[in-house]
Design a protein around this ligand. Structure first.
Ligand code: AMP
Length: 397
């Protein structure tokens, strides 16, 4: 059964055509502006190479970060242009603007089999507002639109949705792969089906938890969102990130889990910090005794074992979101433990979200995962069963 029933690059003639290719090059950069994880660029190469090989004039575009209409040199796509040039073996020139004179000049000088990159789409405020005139300007650069930006497919922006109203629009290989892989696994998951959710807030993930409770056998909750559940269970959570106003939401989810026979697994111990900072003093406490003035920063070792036991023997694992503040070394242990447990489980696995994927990459477990999604938010929307605007606008097969 096909889950992606939109046209893809192979279904249109691209020879000699100007192709506007929306990618998700929103990659993490270090303080020197170097790309620290190139997964999203690497995953885009298949579509780019296909188009170049088939004689297209490729106009690449993407956003980076959240400049909200302000030109911020730190969020230039220059590092991406450099990486692409290296990987494609020919220079990918970067325009100085998005659809201005520099972009137009580069696009009109393009030869068949060459690629250029427009500057960060979000340097223009109209992008996120999905403004029609801006979408039209973007479309006027090209003859065909290809959307390969799965990571941004849940956004209704000018470059992901608006532009499809003005050009023949098809999907790229990455878009197709993400949808096909995830939908086929979720359609008929090998059981037991275990989902692990973490990250900051319950409110961001309410819909997905709600939906997953109809599908999974075990739901493991870690990260910042666990404190909202702990508060709802009557535990004091110190100064941990906690959505006190979402206690009822958390209670409803717990009732739903019980009614449907889903095993809900919560942290039993936590690493707590004296302040929310990378070098703060920290200690181990159990979940029923988080002291006032201390902040939950990671799950503790007993919880790591508890979660690993839940993952061991799983048929399918879906993981999204870190178990703690994993960007900071002192609080990355829980997230690494989950990555390790999934890698060792032999289960069919889907990993979503930048922090989860980064820990898998860092530990060298990428090969042992079935699918590492390039989209955290988009994969959550897919798990919810929601329509993705970035796919909606593409031409049907
Ligand atoms: P999300 O985008 O919802 O997946 O959340 C990812 C963020 O959650 C990361 O930046 C983590 O630092 C953050 N996070 C995870 N656990 C905690 C915690 N215990 N306290 C505060 N933030 C957390």
């Amino acid at each position: 059964m096909a889950y992606f029933n939109k046209k893809i690059v192979e279904d249109v003639d691209v020879d000699g055509k100007r192709v506007l290719l929306r990618c998700d090059f929103n990659v993490p950069l270090d303080e020197n502006g170097e790309v620290t994880n190139t997964r999203r660029i690497d995953e885009s190469l298949r579509t780019i190479k296909y188009l170049l090989l088939h004689g297209a004039k490729v106009i690449l575009c993407s956003h980076m970060g959240r400049p909200s209409g302000v030109i911020d040199p730190k969020l230039s796509l220059k590092p991406v242009a450099n990486d692409l040039s290296k990987k494609l073996g020919s220079e990918v020139k970067l325009a100085d603007d998005v659809v201005g004179s520099s972009a137009r000049a580069l696009c009109s000088n393009l030869k068949n089999g060459e690629a250029v990159l427009l500057e960060n789409l979000r340097f223009r405020i109209e992008e996120q507002d999905n403004e029609e005139s801006f979408a039209k300007e973007l479309a006027s650069l090209a003859d065909i639109f290809v959307n390969d930006a799965f990571g941004t497919a849940h956004r209704k922006h000018a470059s992901t949705y608006g532009v499809t109203r003005f050009l023949p629009s098809v999907g790229g290989y990455l878009m197709q792969k993400e949808i096909e892989t995830m939908c086929s696994i979720l359609e008929n998951p090998k059981r037991p089906f275990v989902s692990i959710l973490g990250g900051a807030k319950v409110s961001d993930k309410f819909n997905v938890i709600n939906r997953l409770l109809e599908k999974v056998d075990v739901l493991v909750v870690g990260g910042g969102m666990a404190y909202t559940f702990m508060n709802a269970m009557g535990y004091s959570v110190g100064t941990s990130i906690c959505e006190y106003d979402k206690a009822d939401m958390a209670k409803d989810l717990m009732v739903k889990a019980r009614d449907r026979g889903v095993k809900l697994v919560m942290p039993m111990d936590n690493i707590v910090g004296l302040s929310y900072s990378p070098d703060t003093e920290f200690k181990l406490v159990s979940s029923d005794s988080i002291p006032d003035g201390w902040t939950g920063m990671d799950i503790g070792p007993k919880t790591e074992k508890l979660f690993a036991d839940a993952i061991e023997g799983a048929g399918t694992v879906v993981w999204n979101g870190p178990m703690g503040v994993s960007e900071w070394e002192n609080f990355a242990s829980g997230t690494c433990a989950v990555a390790r447990a999934i890698a060792q489980s032999g289960a069919v696995s889907i990993i979503g979200g930048g922090d989860s994927a980064a820990s898998v990459d860092k530990l060298g477990f990428a090969d042992r995962m079935t699918h590492i999604s390039t989209g955290g938010g988009a994969s959550l929307r897919l798990l919810e069963g929601a329509e993705l605007p970035g796919i909606e606008g593409l031409n049907d097969k």
